[in-house]
Write a protein that binds this ligand. Structure first.
Ligand SMILES: NC(=O)C1=CN([C@@H]2O[C@H](COP(=O)(O)OP(=O)(O)OC[C@H]3O[C@@H](n4cnc5c(N)ncnc54)[C@H](OP(=O)(O)O)[C@@H]3O)[C@@H](O)[C@H]2O)C=CC1
Ligand SMILES: N[C@@H](CC(=O)OP(=O)(O)O)C(=O)O
Length: 363
Protein backbone atom coordinates (compact mmCIF):
# COMPACT_ATOMS: atom_id res chain seq x y z
CA UNK A 1 0.00 0.00 0.00
CA UNK A 2 1.25 3.54 -0.79
CA UNK A 3 1.27 6.39 1.67
CA UNK A 4 -1.96 6.77 3.63
CA UNK A 5 -3.50 10.25 3.65
CA UNK A 6 -3.42 11.80 7.12
CA UNK A 7 -5.37 14.77 8.41
CA UNK A 8 -4.62 16.72 11.58
CA UNK A 9 -7.34 18.57 13.51
CA UNK A 10 -6.05 21.28 15.83
CA UNK A 11 -2.84 21.38 13.77
CA UNK A 12 -1.67 24.74 15.14
CA UNK A 13 -1.68 23.76 18.85
CA UNK A 14 0.87 22.17 21.18
CA UNK A 15 -0.19 18.63 20.25
CA UNK A 16 -0.96 19.56 16.63
CA UNK A 17 2.55 20.92 16.07
CA UNK A 18 3.99 17.69 17.40
CA UNK A 19 1.79 15.75 14.93
CA UNK A 20 3.16 17.88 12.09
CA UNK A 21 6.71 17.17 13.20
CA UNK A 22 6.16 13.40 13.59
CA UNK A 23 4.14 12.94 10.39
CA UNK A 24 6.46 14.89 8.07
CA UNK A 25 8.57 12.38 6.14
CA UNK A 26 6.77 9.48 7.80
CA UNK A 27 7.21 6.19 5.86
CA UNK A 28 3.48 5.29 5.99
CA UNK A 29 1.55 8.59 6.18
CA UNK A 30 1.49 11.80 4.20
CA UNK A 31 0.19 15.04 5.64
CA UNK A 32 -2.78 15.84 3.44
CA UNK A 33 -5.16 18.14 5.35
CA UNK A 34 -4.57 20.44 8.33
CA UNK A 35 -7.49 21.87 10.27
CA UNK A 36 -7.82 24.47 13.00
CA UNK A 37 -10.26 27.21 14.06
CA UNK A 38 -11.73 29.75 11.66
CA UNK A 39 -9.06 32.17 12.96
CA UNK A 40 -6.48 30.01 11.14
CA UNK A 41 -8.51 28.56 8.24
CA UNK A 42 -7.65 29.97 4.81
CA UNK A 43 -4.07 30.86 5.81
CA UNK A 44 -0.96 28.91 4.88
CA UNK A 45 0.07 26.81 7.90
CA UNK A 46 3.32 28.78 8.29
CA UNK A 47 1.29 32.01 8.59
CA UNK A 48 -1.36 30.55 10.91
CA UNK A 49 0.87 28.80 13.44
CA UNK A 50 3.07 30.20 16.21
CA UNK A 51 5.65 27.40 15.83
CA UNK A 52 7.24 26.58 19.20
CA UNK A 53 9.06 23.30 18.54
CA UNK A 54 12.84 23.27 18.84
CA UNK A 55 13.19 21.65 15.39
CA UNK A 56 12.42 23.75 12.29
CA UNK A 57 8.91 23.68 10.88
CA UNK A 58 8.78 21.10 8.05
CA UNK A 59 8.75 23.22 4.86
CA UNK A 60 6.07 21.25 3.00
CA UNK A 61 3.66 21.46 5.94
CA UNK A 62 4.18 25.22 6.09
CA UNK A 63 2.74 25.58 2.56
CA UNK A 64 -0.50 23.69 3.27
CA UNK A 65 -3.53 25.97 3.49
CA UNK A 66 -5.34 25.38 6.80
CA UNK A 67 -8.94 24.12 6.47
CA UNK A 68 -12.01 24.45 8.64
CA UNK A 69 -12.57 21.24 10.66
CA UNK A 70 -15.33 19.92 8.40
CA UNK A 71 -16.01 16.40 7.13
CA UNK A 72 -15.94 17.76 3.57
CA UNK A 73 -12.35 19.01 3.96
CA UNK A 74 -11.13 15.70 5.47
CA UNK A 75 -13.31 13.20 3.56
CA UNK A 76 -10.41 11.65 1.61
CA UNK A 77 -8.21 11.01 4.66
CA UNK A 78 -7.37 7.41 5.60
CA UNK A 79 -6.80 8.55 9.18
CA UNK A 80 -7.47 11.79 11.07
CA UNK A 81 -5.43 12.75 14.14
CA UNK A 82 -7.06 15.17 16.54
CA UNK A 83 -5.30 17.71 18.75
CA UNK A 84 -8.46 19.78 19.12
CA UNK A 85 -9.26 21.89 22.12
CA UNK A 86 -11.69 19.71 24.12
CA UNK A 87 -14.27 22.52 24.16
CA UNK A 88 -14.75 21.95 20.41
CA UNK A 89 -13.61 18.35 19.82
CA UNK A 90 -16.87 16.60 20.81
CA UNK A 91 -19.21 17.42 17.89
CA UNK A 92 -16.40 17.59 15.31
CA UNK A 93 -14.98 14.14 16.12
CA UNK A 94 -18.50 12.63 16.31
CA UNK A 95 -19.36 14.00 12.86
CA UNK A 96 -16.11 12.62 11.45
CA UNK A 97 -16.80 9.17 12.93
CA UNK A 98 -20.36 9.18 11.60
CA UNK A 99 -19.04 10.07 8.15
CA UNK A 100 -16.89 6.89 8.21
CA UNK A 101 -13.57 8.48 9.12
CA UNK A 102 -10.95 6.88 11.37
CA UNK A 103 -10.25 9.34 14.19
CA UNK A 104 -7.40 9.07 16.71
CA UNK A 105 -7.97 11.72 19.33
CA UNK A 106 -6.06 13.42 22.12
CA UNK A 107 -9.14 15.15 23.46
CA UNK A 108 -10.83 13.87 26.61
CA UNK A 109 -14.40 13.93 25.28
CA UNK A 110 -14.91 10.23 24.41
CA UNK A 111 -12.37 8.57 26.73
CA UNK A 112 -15.08 7.28 29.09
CA UNK A 113 -17.26 5.67 26.39
CA UNK A 114 -17.17 1.91 26.98
CA UNK A 115 -16.85 1.06 23.28
CA UNK A 116 -14.07 3.58 22.66
CA UNK A 117 -10.61 2.17 23.34
CA UNK A 118 -8.44 4.41 25.53
CA UNK A 119 -4.97 3.48 24.40
CA UNK A 120 -1.36 4.09 25.32
CA UNK A 121 0.17 2.12 22.44
CA UNK A 122 3.16 0.84 24.41
CA UNK A 123 0.83 -0.37 27.19
CA UNK A 124 -2.60 -1.62 26.08
CA UNK A 125 -2.60 -1.89 22.29
CA UNK A 126 -4.66 -5.08 22.69
CA UNK A 127 -7.69 -2.85 23.35
CA UNK A 128 -7.55 -1.90 19.65
CA UNK A 129 -9.05 -5.34 18.98
CA UNK A 130 -12.45 -3.70 19.62
CA UNK A 131 -11.94 -1.62 16.48
CA UNK A 132 -10.37 -4.47 14.52
CA UNK A 133 -13.43 -6.64 15.25
CA UNK A 134 -15.86 -3.90 14.22
CA UNK A 135 -14.03 -3.35 10.94
CA UNK A 136 -13.74 -7.08 10.20
CA UNK A 137 -17.44 -7.70 11.02
CA UNK A 138 -18.43 -4.90 8.62
CA UNK A 139 -16.17 -6.19 5.87
CA UNK A 140 -17.53 -9.73 6.32
CA UNK A 141 -21.05 -8.32 5.97
CA UNK A 142 -20.05 -6.58 2.72
CA UNK A 143 -20.27 -3.11 4.26
CA UNK A 144 -17.69 -0.35 3.95
CA UNK A 145 -15.29 0.33 6.80
CA UNK A 146 -17.18 2.00 9.65
CA UNK A 147 -15.90 5.21 11.17
CA UNK A 148 -14.44 5.01 14.67
CA UNK A 149 -12.74 6.97 17.41
CA UNK A 150 -9.72 5.76 19.37
CA UNK A 151 -8.77 7.96 22.32
CA UNK A 152 -5.27 8.60 23.57
CA UNK A 153 -5.00 8.92 27.33
CA UNK A 154 -4.28 11.94 29.45
CA UNK A 155 -0.54 12.65 29.23
CA UNK A 156 0.30 12.07 32.92
CA UNK A 157 -1.67 8.84 32.87
CA UNK A 158 0.36 7.63 29.86
CA UNK A 159 3.63 7.89 31.80
CA UNK A 160 2.15 6.35 34.92
CA UNK A 161 0.70 3.22 33.31
CA UNK A 162 3.83 2.42 31.28
CA UNK A 163 5.66 0.63 34.12
CA UNK A 164 2.43 -0.50 35.83
CA UNK A 165 1.48 -2.77 32.97
CA UNK A 166 4.45 -5.17 33.11
CA UNK A 167 4.43 -5.04 36.92
CA UNK A 168 0.77 -6.09 37.13
CA UNK A 169 1.28 -8.80 34.49
CA UNK A 170 4.17 -10.31 36.46
CA UNK A 171 3.41 -9.62 40.14
CA UNK A 172 -0.39 -9.38 40.19
CA UNK A 173 -2.72 -6.53 41.13
CA UNK A 174 -1.63 -3.24 42.63
CA UNK A 175 -3.76 -2.50 45.67
CA UNK A 176 -2.77 1.11 46.34
CA UNK A 177 -0.95 3.71 44.30
CA UNK A 178 -0.09 7.35 44.91
CA UNK A 179 1.41 9.71 42.37
CA UNK A 180 2.58 13.31 42.65
CA UNK A 181 3.11 14.89 39.24
CA UNK A 182 5.35 17.75 38.09
CA UNK A 183 3.94 18.66 34.69
CA UNK A 184 5.48 20.64 31.85
CA UNK A 185 3.91 23.88 30.63
CA UNK A 186 3.45 22.53 27.06
CA UNK A 187 0.76 20.31 28.64
CA UNK A 188 -1.38 23.38 29.19
CA UNK A 189 -1.53 24.06 25.43
CA UNK A 190 -0.54 27.09 23.35
CA UNK A 191 -3.79 28.96 23.06
CA UNK A 192 -3.31 31.07 25.04
CA UNK A 193 -0.48 29.12 26.74
CA UNK A 194 0.51 29.03 30.40
CA UNK A 195 1.49 32.61 31.42
CA UNK A 196 5.25 32.98 32.01
CA UNK A 197 4.66 35.30 34.97
CA UNK A 198 2.69 32.54 36.74
CA UNK A 199 5.33 29.84 36.37
CA UNK A 200 8.69 31.68 36.52
CA UNK A 201 10.24 31.22 39.99
CA UNK A 202 7.11 29.30 40.89
CA UNK A 203 5.10 26.07 40.98
CA UNK A 204 1.31 25.84 40.70
CA UNK A 205 -0.21 22.99 42.74
CA UNK A 206 -3.40 22.63 40.69
CA UNK A 207 -4.29 21.42 37.18
CA UNK A 208 -8.00 21.43 36.53
CA UNK A 209 -9.50 17.93 36.24
CA UNK A 210 -6.11 16.25 36.02
CA UNK A 211 -6.19 14.26 39.26
CA UNK A 212 -9.61 12.78 38.48
CA UNK A 213 -8.44 11.82 34.98
CA UNK A 214 -5.36 9.99 36.26
CA UNK A 215 -7.39 8.19 38.94
CA UNK A 216 -10.06 7.07 36.44
CA UNK A 217 -8.15 6.48 33.21
CA UNK A 218 -5.62 4.17 34.89
CA UNK A 219 -8.49 1.77 35.66
CA UNK A 220 -9.67 1.67 32.05
CA UNK A 221 -6.21 1.31 30.50
CA UNK A 222 -5.31 -1.56 32.85
CA UNK A 223 -8.75 -3.15 32.34
CA UNK A 224 -9.66 -5.95 29.95
CA UNK A 225 -11.82 -6.27 26.88
CA UNK A 226 -15.25 -7.53 27.95
CA UNK A 227 -16.48 -10.96 26.84
CA UNK A 228 -18.60 -9.45 24.05
CA UNK A 229 -15.40 -8.11 22.44
CA UNK A 230 -17.00 -4.70 21.99
CA UNK A 231 -16.15 -2.80 25.15
CA UNK A 232 -13.60 -2.43 27.95
CA UNK A 233 -14.22 -3.58 31.51
CA UNK A 234 -12.42 -1.19 33.88
CA UNK A 235 -10.58 -2.39 36.97
CA UNK A 236 -12.74 -1.86 40.06
CA UNK A 237 -11.77 0.13 43.16
CA UNK A 238 -11.09 -3.24 44.83
CA UNK A 239 -8.55 -4.07 42.14
CA UNK A 240 -6.64 -0.76 42.31
CA UNK A 241 -6.98 2.49 44.25
CA UNK A 242 -5.19 5.49 42.82
CA UNK A 243 -4.54 8.88 44.44
CA UNK A 244 -3.00 11.68 42.35
CA UNK A 245 -1.73 15.17 43.20
CA UNK A 246 -0.83 17.37 40.23
CA UNK A 247 1.53 20.32 39.94
CA UNK A 248 2.60 22.58 37.06
CA UNK A 249 6.35 23.30 36.99
CA UNK A 250 8.70 25.45 34.90
CA UNK A 251 9.70 22.70 32.44
CA UNK A 252 9.01 23.03 28.68
CA UNK A 253 8.32 19.34 27.86
CA UNK A 254 8.24 16.18 30.00
CA UNK A 255 6.02 15.17 32.89
CA UNK A 256 7.72 13.74 36.00
CA UNK A 257 5.85 11.67 38.62
CA UNK A 258 6.86 10.42 42.07
CA UNK A 259 4.96 7.17 42.50
CA UNK A 260 4.49 4.75 45.42
CA UNK A 261 2.89 1.33 45.01
CA UNK A 262 1.55 -1.42 47.24
CA UNK A 263 1.04 -4.85 45.64
CA UNK A 264 -1.90 -7.01 46.66
CA UNK A 265 0.15 -10.24 46.79
CA UNK A 266 3.16 -8.89 48.70
CA UNK A 267 6.23 -6.93 47.69
CA UNK A 268 8.54 -8.26 44.97
CA UNK A 269 12.25 -7.52 45.42
CA UNK A 270 13.64 -4.31 43.94
CA UNK A 271 15.86 -6.34 41.61
CA UNK A 272 12.88 -8.36 40.39
CA UNK A 273 10.97 -5.15 39.66
CA UNK A 274 13.88 -3.68 37.70
CA UNK A 275 14.33 -6.88 35.71
CA UNK A 276 10.61 -7.04 34.93
CA UNK A 277 10.67 -3.48 33.57
CA UNK A 278 13.85 -4.12 31.58
CA UNK A 279 12.38 -7.27 30.00
CA UNK A 280 9.16 -5.60 28.85
CA UNK A 281 8.54 -5.44 25.11
CA UNK A 282 5.43 -3.80 23.71
CA UNK A 283 3.42 -5.09 20.74
CA UNK A 284 4.41 -2.13 18.53
CA UNK A 285 8.07 -3.11 18.89
CA UNK A 286 7.29 -6.74 18.08
CA UNK A 287 5.28 -5.61 15.02
CA UNK A 288 8.26 -3.49 13.90
CA UNK A 289 6.19 -0.32 13.70
CA UNK A 290 8.38 2.51 12.37
CA UNK A 291 8.05 4.73 15.47
CA UNK A 292 8.07 1.94 18.06
CA UNK A 293 10.63 2.41 20.82
CA UNK A 294 13.41 -0.14 21.12
CA UNK A 295 12.69 -0.01 24.85
CA UNK A 296 9.23 1.14 25.97
CA UNK A 297 10.70 1.49 29.47
CA UNK A 298 14.20 2.67 30.34
CA UNK A 299 15.35 1.71 33.83
CA UNK A 300 17.84 4.32 35.09
CA UNK A 301 20.31 3.56 37.87
CA UNK A 302 21.82 7.04 38.41
CA UNK A 303 20.64 8.40 41.76
CA UNK A 304 19.58 11.78 40.30
CA UNK A 305 17.66 10.60 37.21
CA UNK A 306 15.32 10.79 35.36
CA UNK A 307 15.40 14.52 34.61
CA UNK A 308 13.13 16.12 31.97
CA UNK A 309 15.80 17.93 29.94
CA UNK A 310 18.18 14.95 29.93
CA UNK A 311 15.84 11.98 29.59
CA UNK A 312 12.58 13.01 27.85
CA UNK A 313 13.89 12.18 24.35
CA UNK A 314 14.84 8.56 25.03
CA UNK A 315 13.70 6.47 22.06
CA UNK A 316 12.64 9.74 20.37
CA UNK A 317 10.19 10.52 23.17
CA UNK A 318 8.39 7.15 22.85
CA UNK A 319 10.35 5.58 25.75
CA UNK A 320 9.35 6.20 29.37
CA UNK A 321 12.16 6.54 31.93
CA UNK A 322 11.88 4.99 35.38
CA UNK A 323 14.48 5.70 38.04
CA UNK A 324 15.07 5.80 41.80
CA UNK A 325 13.33 2.42 42.19
CA UNK A 326 13.56 1.67 45.90
CA UNK A 327 11.70 0.35 48.91
CA UNK A 328 8.90 2.50 50.27
CA UNK A 329 8.63 2.33 54.09
CA UNK A 330 4.86 2.97 53.93
CA UNK A 331 3.74 1.13 50.77
CA UNK A 332 6.02 -1.43 48.99
CA UNK A 333 8.07 0.38 46.37
CA UNK A 334 8.59 3.92 45.11
CA UNK A 335 10.01 5.29 41.87
CA UNK A 336 10.27 8.38 39.66
CA UNK A 337 8.72 8.21 36.18
CA UNK A 338 9.38 10.63 33.31
CA UNK A 339 7.46 10.70 30.04
CA UNK A 340 7.40 13.13 27.11
CA UNK A 341 3.94 14.65 27.40
CA UNK A 342 3.46 15.62 23.75
CA UNK A 343 5.10 12.47 22.29
CA UNK A 344 4.21 9.30 24.26
CA UNK A 345 1.66 11.43 26.18
CA UNK A 346 -0.09 12.74 23.07
CA UNK A 347 0.84 13.01 19.37
CA UNK A 348 3.46 10.24 19.36
CA UNK A 349 0.93 7.85 20.87
CA UNK A 350 -1.48 8.84 18.10
CA UNK A 351 1.07 8.08 15.41
CA UNK A 352 2.03 4.75 17.01
CA UNK A 353 -1.63 3.73 17.33
CA UNK A 354 -2.06 4.45 13.61
CA UNK A 355 1.02 2.39 12.81
CA UNK A 356 -0.41 -0.55 14.77
CA UNK A 357 -3.78 -0.18 13.01
CA UNK A 358 -1.94 -0.07 9.67
CA UNK A 359 -0.01 -3.24 10.56
CA UNK A 360 -3.39 -4.91 11.20
CA UNK A 361 -4.96 -3.56 7.98
CA UNK A 362 -7.58 -1.58 9.91
CA UNK A 363 -6.62 1.68 8.17
N1 LIG B 1 -0.50 19.45 25.48
C1 LIG B 1 -0.45 18.21 25.94
O1 LIG B 1 0.59 17.76 26.48
C2 LIG B 1 -1.64 17.32 25.82
C3 LIG B 1 -2.88 17.75 25.36
N2 LIG B 1 -3.92 16.88 25.23
C4 LIG B 1 -5.21 17.28 24.68
O2 LIG B 1 -5.04 17.54 23.28
C5 LIG B 1 -5.89 18.59 22.86
C6 LIG B 1 -5.07 19.72 22.29
O3 LIG B 1 -4.25 20.24 23.33
P1 LIG B 1 -3.16 21.35 23.06
O4 LIG B 1 -2.49 21.09 21.76
O5 LIG B 1 -2.36 21.40 24.28
O6 LIG B 1 -4.08 22.69 22.90
P2 LIG B 1 -3.76 24.04 22.16
O7 LIG B 1 -4.55 25.08 22.87
O8 LIG B 1 -2.30 24.26 22.03
O9 LIG B 1 -4.36 23.83 20.68
C7 LIG B 1 -5.74 23.77 20.43
C8 LIG B 1 -6.03 23.57 18.94
O10 LIG B 1 -7.46 23.57 18.76
C9 LIG B 1 -7.79 24.52 17.73
N3 LIG B 1 -9.11 25.10 18.00
C10 LIG B 1 -9.47 25.94 19.00
N4 LIG B 1 -10.77 26.29 18.87
C11 LIG B 1 -11.24 25.64 17.77
C12 LIG B 1 -12.50 25.61 17.10
N5 LIG B 1 -13.54 26.32 17.54
N6 LIG B 1 -12.63 24.84 16.00
C13 LIG B 1 -11.56 24.15 15.53
N7 LIG B 1 -10.34 24.17 16.09
C14 LIG B 1 -10.18 24.90 17.20
C15 LIG B 1 -6.70 25.56 17.78
O11 LIG B 1 -6.66 26.25 16.55
P3 LIG B 1 -6.31 27.85 16.44
O12 LIG B 1 -4.81 27.96 16.54
O13 LIG B 1 -6.81 28.22 15.10
O14 LIG B 1 -7.00 28.52 17.57
C16 LIG B 1 -5.48 24.68 18.03
O15 LIG B 1 -5.06 24.12 16.82
C17 LIG B 1 -6.70 19.00 24.09
O16 LIG B 1 -7.94 18.34 24.04
C18 LIG B 1 -5.81 18.56 25.25
O17 LIG B 1 -6.56 18.35 26.41
C19 LIG B 1 -3.73 15.56 25.52
C20 LIG B 1 -2.55 15.08 25.97
C21 LIG B 1 -1.43 15.95 26.19
N1 LIG C 1 -3.88 18.25 31.35
C1 LIG C 1 -2.59 17.86 30.80
C2 LIG C 1 -2.74 17.78 29.30
C3 LIG C 1 -3.72 16.69 28.96
O1 LIG C 1 -3.41 15.58 28.69
O2 LIG C 1 -4.97 17.01 29.09
P1 LIG C 1 -6.21 16.07 28.77
O3 LIG C 1 -6.18 14.88 29.63
O4 LIG C 1 -7.38 16.95 29.07
O5 LIG C 1 -6.14 15.74 27.32
C4 LIG C 1 -1.54 18.86 31.22
O6 LIG C 1 -1.94 19.92 31.56
O7 LIG C 1 -0.37 18.60 31.23
Amino acid sequence: MGLRKAGVLGATGSVGQRFIQLLSNHPQFELAVLGASSRSAGKKYKDAVDWKQTSLMPAAAGEIVVSECTVEAFKDCDVVFSGLDADYAGPIEKAFKEAGLAVISNAKNYRREKDVPLVVPTVNSEHLAIIEKRVKDATAAGQKRPGFIVCISNCSTAGLVAPLRPLVDKFGPIELLTTTTMQAISGAGFSPGFPGIDILDNLVPYISGEEEKIEWETKKILGEIADDGNSVKNLSDDEIRVSAQCNRVAVSDGHTECVSIKFKNGAPSIDAIKQCLRDYQCEATILNCPSAPEHAIHVLEEENRPQPRLDRDRDNGYGVSVGRIRKDPVLDVKMVILSHNTIIGAAGSGVLIAEILAAKNVI
